[in-house]
Ligand binder design. Structure first.
Ligand SMILES: Nc1ncnc2c1ncn2[C@@H]1O[C@H](COP(=O)(O)OP(=O)(O)OP(=O)(O)O)[C@@H](O)[C@H]1O
Ligand SMILES: [Mg+2]
Length: 380
């Protein structure tokens, strides 16, 4: 278990001092894998380095297990070598003048609690076995592929049997095929050992694939957190919806509210949408629709189609993306089977799937409304 309270880290900038991490509260439950997901510069690496003890926070507390690792207010700071952690970075950081097994043995033979060569080798071989690299033990590190080198650094991080594993974009230097294999390896080892893990990534697919829980970050803060399925199916915040790649967004008004669902009126028609928070009748929302939830057809047999014109299409191998102009909005529709055969300028009907789009309260409209109300009361 990792517990973080009010964690803050400032870096002096050229003109202003910025909070790279801005008062974060976080719990990583025992044995779970939690990802920190967010765009470049949102503070993921800084958070991870603070947990690792590679940086000192300006404020806040970090606990691993029940032990306090740092609390600047009380003058507590446990250094990186004394924290029960294993760390894997984006650059594999394996030592090129050593073999795979020597790389993994190294941490066991250094520091205060160093062990003998035979025991260190036995433990290192166990760790290499765990990541499927036992047969490459005596290969010089530079003669291993990128994916194998990254697995060596994973084995090295695991060899001291840490309580906590910290991974900073461990897959981003690998090519696509290898990335999936190393990702699966990491998740499989993590689940087998039941090791509490923080995984940093800016890739939403990667985050969904490996996580028990996803923490979405922006500007040094947590935007929202939840189980991977919930973050994907029904994000609560616009930032998350956009970051998860839900590219179609349309303004609308709540016609009928309900528990988790509401009837929304849009410029082109009505649509039943998921609502992550209470959606009062008459309130303004933005409706986020996944491209795969917009079907295209030449005829409007359902009577619910929105009339549009094809602008262009993009081929992705397993699917096609059609960009369709409906009124003054450009919508993206994803088709997995090419049966429409549409070209630029073709008229088409866009049929939105019911109960998969997400209606999120329009905060700007809501705050404008508040100002308008105030103005009104002032006028009285
Ligand atoms: N040593 C440093 N000195 C000054 N500013 C820093 C330092 N390290 C990070 N920052 C700033 O802190 C903010 C957060 O950086 P951080 O590296 O944590 O982001 P990140 O989410 O890991 O981004 P990326 O996805 O690009 O790795 C950024 O604005 C960055 O420029
Ligand atoms: Mg980073």
């Amino acid at each position: 278990m990792i517990e973080v309270r009010g964690l803050t880290k400032r870096y002096p900038g050229r003109t202003v001092t910025r909070n790279a991490v801005d008062g974060i509260d976080l719990e990583i439950p025992e044995g779970k894998l939690v990802t920190l997901l967010g765009p470049s510069g949102c503070g993921k690496t800084t958070t991870l380095r603070l947990i690792a003890g590679l940086e000192r926070p300006d404020a806040g507390e970090i606990r691993i297990g029940s032990r306090l690792m740092c609390a600047p207010a009380e003058g507590v700071f446990v250094g990186v070598h004394h924290r029960p952690i294993g760390v894997v970075f984006q650059s594999y950081a394996v030592w090129p003048h050593m073999t795979a097994v020597q790389n993994v043995m190294f941490p066991l033979q250094s520091g205060q609690k160093r062990m003998g060569r035979t025991e260190a080798r036995r433990r290192a071989m166990e760790a290499l076995e765990m990541v499927g690299l036992a047969e490459f033990a005596d290969r010089p590190a530079p003669a291993l592929s990128g994916g194998q080198q990254q697995r060596v650094s994973l084995a090295r991080a695991l060899t001291r049997e840490p309580e906590v594993l910290l991974l900073d974009e461990p897959l981003s230097n690998l090519d696509a095929g290898l990335r999936d294999r190393v990702r699966d390896e990491i998740r499989s080892v993590q689940q087998r050992l039941g090791i509490t893990t923080v995984f940093v990534t800016h890739d939403q697919d990667e985050a969904l694939a490996v996580s028990d829980e996803v923490v979405v970050m922006d500007h040094g803060r947590i935007v929202e957190r939840g189980q991977a399925q919930d973050i994907y199916r029904c994000p609560r915040e616009e930032f998350t919806a956009r970051f998860m790649g839900i590219s179609n967004s349309l303004p609308g008004t709540v016609q009928e509210g309900g528990q988790d669902m509401a009837e929304i009126s849009l410029a082109h028609g009505r649509l039943r949408c998921l609502t992550p928070a209470a959606a009062p009748v008459g309130s303004r929302v933005n409706v986020f629709i996944r491209p795969e939830s917009l079907r295209l057809s030449r005829k409007d047999s359902s009577g619910r189609g929105w009339k549009g014109t094809v602008e262009f299409s993009i081929y992705h191998g397993d699917c096609w993306d059609y960009h369709v102009r409906v009124g003054d909005t450009l919508l993206r529709s994803r088709m997995y089977r090419e049966k429409v055969g549409l070209a630029h300028g073709d008229p088409v009907f866009v049929v939105p799937e019911e109960e998969t789009a997400i209606a999120i309260a329009d905060k700007i409209a809501a705050s404008d409304g508040a100002v308008a109300d105030k103005d009104e009361s002032w006028a009285k």
